[in-house]
Write a protein that binds this ligand. Structure first.
Ligand code: MG
Length: 192
């Protein structure tokens, strides 16, 4: 069985980062207003520092996470064809100690929402680049570079800046939803 590594945030679920920022700033930003990878980049540096203190003490973004349409059903089906690892980064270098709480929140969300994933195959890390899987699905281009036969980039506003040619050079294919991922990967597994 081929090893399939799947990212969590903005790949399986849209975290509640935006809600946390809106609650903190008393604003009403929509995802379409924020082309940054980190939602809090709408703030200046000083405000961001205060927000980070507030965030790690008060917010579990997974309480408000929205699941990407069909993600959970498709991953459950893919588990028949692939050896699946959920690989998610939790280390925030700006708050090294405080960000440990994210490992707990992420682990708890995955075991609750994806009971078909072996808990031993939940990888909480800061170094996705050392994990060698045959197939990778992520919304961040840097996490898809390097090793891998099939690399699928989930289309998100923050990765619009990468052109088809730039992605092609790295062997990365842009995908738009989980139905498309399902058809690519099930077809691929049948060809083996
Ligand atoms: Mg992600």
């Amino acid at each position: 069985m081929k090893k399939l590594m799947i990212d969590l945030d903005e790949t399986i679920c849209q975290g509640g980062y935006l809600e946390a920022v809106n609650d903190y700033l008393k604003t009403d930003y929509q995802y379409t207003d924020i082309p940054h990878y980190y939602v809090e980049d709408v703030m200046d540096d000083e405000e961001k520092e205060k927000f980070l203190d507030y965030f790690y003490q008060n917010v579990n973004i997974y309480e408000n996470a929205t699941i990407m349409p069909r993600a959970l059903e498709v991953i459950e089906e893919l588990a028949k064809y692939y050896d699946i690892y959920i690989v998610t980064a939790f280390v925030d270098k700006r708050r090294v100690k405080e960000s440990s709480i994210m490992a707990k929140y992420k682990y708890e969300w995955i075991i609750q929402n994806m009971p078909y994933i072996d808990p031993k195959k939940i990888i909480l890390t800061g170094s996705k680049n050392v994990i060698m899987c045959d197939v990778k699905i992520d919304d961040k281009v840097a996490n898809l570079k390097g090793y891998g036969e099939i690399k699928l980039l989930i289309d998100q506003l923050h990765n619009q800046k990468y052109t088809f040619e730039e992605l092609e050079k790295e062997g990365i294919r842009r995908v738009y939803d989980w139905e498309q991922i399902r058809s690519i990967l099930i077809k691929e597994s049948e060809e083996v």
